[in-house]
Write a protein that binds this ligand. Structure first.
Ligand SMILES: C[S@@+](CC[C@H](N)C(=O)[O-])C[C@H]1O[C@@H](n2cnc3c(N)ncnc32)[C@H](O)[C@@H]1O
Length: 343
């Protein structure tokens, strides 16, 4: 059997799983596709969404950046019944737009059916969402370099061609645009006994990548310095196999000029101005960068570029590089620690 046939079999199985077998998140049999983070952070918006949409949320994290997203053009890969896409549509406002892509018609129909009522509930004259039938490996409906922000919630693990998904993200993003995805990863390469179990694949565990393979995939596609925003343990020791599955939220930007391979010290300082309405006192960029309003903070050149060559520039004053002082101590917290995870 060639790879295409296997892919078609998997797609058919997943469509059946998400289209017919699962009717709401109470039907899930594992602890993977269920997040509280989005409900906690966006309760006011979720309260405006139809029950049918909320009950079909199968996300594992909160792939919604906390800065000012107004006016952005966004893409939600594997948008399902539309929960994240709708929350994002409120965050980008009537001047912005959110595209969703999913291959399962039953999921798309829920999102499409409710889009006009959701727009009215947000006070918009017309929907600023478009839900496309398609595959996240190609996203054919989306033009090159047309997107400011790509999100995805618990979907990339389901793809048998994760390399193509990441290449597609790189294709559709504009320069300075951002990938901000929540997905499930493992602390080791998933053993064959789990990876070949269709139910575990459909429940987002069997197809999960080893965290460092996932980060390498991003680097190989040109996302030089991916950052972990947050991470939490979902399940350990599945079907007698010693393993730990986590939900991680990762962010990375598209730059024309590559980032440094390591965190290099050019004597730069970044100061958060407090410009993002949802972050009046402090802005959390990733799991080891929290910027207090008004406090100059030393940053490596990569972080300086992330804050000054992207949409985040409107919330930061960043001093220019002085000269090279050697390596910058920018080490992330070990992912094994949950001490500061916020969900
Ligand atoms: C775990 S659900 C997550 C849905 C949504 N992101 C959410 O948070 O509710 C996975 C979704 O991805 C879709 N999906 C899986 N593989 C896909 C692919 N290769 N292309 C497009 N959609 C895909 C499924 O149809 C399903 O709606």
């Amino acid at each position: 059997m060639n790879a295409t046939v296997i892919d078609e079999e998997l797609r058919g199985y997943l469509r059946e799983y998400y289209g017919r077998r699962l009717q709401h998140n109470g039907d899930l049999t594992e602890q993977a596709c269920c997040t509280d983070a989005t409900a906690a952070r966006h309760a006011d918006t979720i309260a405006l969404l139809p029950d049918e949409v909320v009950r079909r949320h199968y996300g594992c994290g909160c792939p919604l950046p906390e800065d000012d997203l107004s006016g952005l053009t966004c893409l939600d890969l594997g948008s399902g019944a539309g929960v994240d896409a709708f929350i994002l549509s409120r965050l980008v406002g009537p001047e912005g737009h959110v595209h969703g892509i999913d291959m399962t018609l039953e999921q798309l129909e829920v999102a499409r059916k409710h889009a006009p009522a959701v727009a009215r509930a947000f006070g918009f004259e017309r929907p600023n969402t478009t839900f496309h039938e398609g595959f996240i490996e190609t996203a054919e409906a989306i033009a090159d370099a047309s997107i400011d922000l790509v999100i995805s919630d618990c979907v990339i693990n389901l793809s048998p061609r994760k390399d193509l998904v990441i290449e597609t993200i790189a294709r559709v993003l504009r320069e300075g645009g951002e990938l901000y995805v929540s997905d499930i990863v493992a602390d080791r390469r998933v053993p064959e006994s789990l990876a070949s179990d269709p139910r575990l694949v459909a429940e987002c565990l069997g197809g999960a990548l080893y965290l460092h393979d996932f980060l390498d995939l991003l680097r190989d596609a040109g996302f030089g310095d991916p950052r972990i925003v947050e991470s939490r343990v979902l399940q350990t020791d599945v079907a007698g196999e010693p393993i730990e599955f986590r939900s991680v939220t990762v962010r990375a930007q598209k730059f024309a000029q590559p980032l440094d391979r390591r965190c290099e010290d050019y004597g730069q300082l970044a100061t958060y101005t407090g410009a993002f309405p949802r972050c009046p006192a402090r802005f959390r960029y990733d799991d080891h960068h929290v910027f207090e309003r008004g406090r100059p903070t030393p940053v490596c050149r990569n972080t300086a570029r992330m804050l000054s060559e992207t949409r985040l520039a409107k919330g930061f004053q960043v001093t220019p590089p002085l000269r090279h002082f050697g390596l910058f101590d920018c080490a992330p917290r070990p992912v094994a620690s949950d001490a500061e995870a916020c969900c």
